[in-house]
Design a protein around this ligand. Structure first.
Ligand SMILES: [Zn+2]
Length: 319
């Protein structure tokens, strides 16, 4: 039930996300960029529409024996395009898919890779979140997606899971260390650190230059997790959404979470129950960090999910 409400909450904001996407964003497709000897980033900086996987970043890590993919986008169609781009880079087998967490824009393309021989790896809490994804795919149009967008999309969940950490050896000294840093964006959000390239994939623990979705977040724990990454020696910091990032972006995200929690508690205390739409408008004026213009609809969904009492607008109950 909680999963259902979370998904409904996300879906409720999509109208505004879509309007924003339609008016403000140029349609920039995902592109592959080489970051270092073994690491590629497949991402966008401008198009955060649902039909473009909300601008989710993916990674490709190439060893001498195998390839590991970080996240698989929102649909079979997008995953097929992503896979075709990988096949242009290397003829090594894509043996592993890692899901940084279970959310649609990071995991609904899994089947394309699994069908072609990859094993899907994730945190144990991402595996047990499967029913939430099943509900979400059954209601894909709530997310602003059409049957054409989702054609051929079949859910596949991690079959290899871990609790704390795990290492994948891709050959030639290329290692991918997967870690669970504690609860943050979800209770199963993990990171991937590539050696020797010093590339750190943070998934949706970090949103840079866009608003984060906080609805399932453990805010106090998330802030601690981010604080620990302030000491990272990584040469490349890859957020779940947004451009290549720096330690300043990690600090900014901490400040955002603190501000958001403070504003939410204060405003709700001072003003009592309000509708999420007007609160979100006020929040957008109060949360100016680093030009977070993209994904502004998440402000409203985060408020609904995280802070507003159930049924403030009666909307969640109607569906
Ligand atoms: Zn997410």
């Amino acid at each position: 039930m909680r999963g259902k409400k979370i998904l409904l909450g996300i879906s409720l904001v999509l109208a505004s996300v879509l309007v924003f996407a339609g008016t403000s964003f140029c349609q920039t497709a995902h592109v592959m960029k080489k970051l270092s000897d073994h690491v590629y980033l497949y991402g966008v900086e401008k198009d955060f529409a649902p039909t473009n996987s909300f601008g989710a970043n993916c990674g490709v890590i190439v060893g001498t024996d195998a390839v590991l993919v970080v996240d698989t986008l929102i649909s079979a169609k997008d995953a097929e395009k992503f896979r075709a781009e990988i096949l242009k880079l290397t003829d090594k087998p894509i043996k592993y898919v890692v899901n940084t967490h279970y959310h649609l824009d990071h995991a609904w393309g899994n089947e394309v890779f699994e069908r072609n021989g990859a094993v899907v790896i994730g945190h144990e809490n991402s595996r047990v979140a499967a029913p939430k994804s099943e509900y979400g795919l059954a209601h894909y149009n709530d997310f602003g997606l059409t049957s054409a967008d989702m054609e051929g999309t079949v859910l596949k969940f991690p079959t290899v899971t871990f609790w704390n950490s795990m290492r994948v050896d891709l050959g030639g000294g290329v290692l991918v260390d997967l870690s669970y840093p504690g609860a943050s964006h979800t209770d199963g959000s993990i990171t991937a650190l590539v050696t020797p390239d010093k590339a750190l994939f943070l998934g949706d623990i970090l949103f840079t230059k866009c608003h984060p979705y906080l609805g399932e977040g453990d805010i106090p724990s998330w802030i601690k997790v981010l604080a620990n990454f302030e000491r990272t020696k990584a040469a490349f910091i890859i957020p779940g959404h947004g451009p290549l990032s720096t330690i300043a972006d990690i600090k900014d995200m901490e400040a955002y979470l603190k501000d958001f929690a403070f504003f939410a508690k204060t405003m709700l205390f001072m003003k009592g129950q309000q509708d999420a739409v007007s609160l979100a408008q006020q929040f957008l004026k109060k949360l100016p960090q680093q030009g977070r213009n993209e994904l502004s609809g998440f402000v409203e969904s985060s408020l609904r999910e995280k802070y507003l009492p159930k049924g403030v607008l009666g909307v969640l109950e109607k569906k």
